[in-house]
Design a binder for this molecule. Structure first.
Ligand code: SAM
Length: 244
């Protein structure tokens, strides 16, 4: 059952996930950096089992689509009851429905969400959810990419992972965030470590030179080259280069 923060309990970033499959959580969010942050209380996680708000003896959560067609649609009244229950405990977090129709999840959106109090996420199943509950509860729709998953839980995990690693204290060195892909509108430059030579391939000489200015210039040029090759759309959307 859901664990919601007590009044006064320190909860820097709170996540609630409304799902038919609460057993999927924390899953991969319980390991490594994000899992350690969960354990340390830097963020908290509550799952809200939608089935508990289902209708009748069988706790039905879905029904056939109005107008006909394949599959089932999650009911507006059931989802509204689940959202209202969750909202009672955590009223001020943005409510997001993970949906292939939504605005794309970007590093900018992850940072925007990480800067807020947390998120409440609705993971859809079947053919999706009744349109009326999206409007009635003011849900923001967010997509993790142009493909269709079988459910919103993995999409919710992707969003949570991307935001949690940006929370203060989750990643030790601030600079490891500052130079990552998408910061400043560029993909990251190539990284190397030991050994100095691997299967006949050497580490670029400049990285061993100790000349920090040259290294920074090389990395910037490589980031620009890789971005232009792989994601010219990012270059087009970048702010003009500041004079150095
Ligand atoms: N019929 C829907 C459509 O064509 O847009 C797809 C429904 S999908 C099978 C079931 C659920 O998976 C959705 O309600 C949504 O929560 C989730 N989902 C699928 N693809 C997604 C994506 N790219 N981003 C975020 N959530 C996604």
């Amino acid at each position: 059952m859901a664990h919601f923060p007590e009044k006064g309990e320190r909860t820097p970033w709170h996540v609630s996930v409304l799902t038919l499959f609460p057993e999927m959580f924390p899953g991969p969010l319980g390991v490594s950096l994000v899992g350690q942050a969960l354990e340390a209380g830097l963020w908290t996680l509550a799952t809200v089992p939608i089935r508990e708000f289902g209708i009748g003896r069988h706790r039905a959560v879905d029904d056939t689509p109005a107008g006909g067609g394949a599959g089932m649609v999650m009911r507006a009244d059931v989802l509204a009851a689940a959202v209202d229950h969750a909202r009672g405990a955590v009223p001020d977090v943005p409510l997001i429905y993970l949906s292939p129709r939504g605005e794309p999840l970007t590093q900018k959106l992850a940072a925007e969400l990480a800067a807020g109090p947390g998120v409440m996420l609705l993971a859809g199943r079947f053919e999706g959810v009744d349109e009326r509950v999206i409007a009635a509860r003011g849900m923001r729709e967010v997509s993790i990419g142009d493909y269709v998953l079988s459910g919103g839980e993995i999409a919710a995990m992707v969003l949570i992972d991307a935001a949690v690693r940006l929370l203060p204290g989750v990643i030790g060195a601030a600079e490891s965030l500052g130079e990552e892909s998408f910061e400043g509108g560029l993909l990251e430059y190539p990284q190397y470590t030991k050994p100095r030579e691997f299967e006949g391939r050497a580490i670029p000489e400049v990285l061993l030179s100790g000349d920090h200015k040259k290294i920074a210039e090389w990395r910037r040029a490589e980031a620009e080259r890789i971005t232009a090759e792989r994601r010219p759309d990012l270059i087009a959307g970048r702010p003009a280069k500041r004079p150095s």
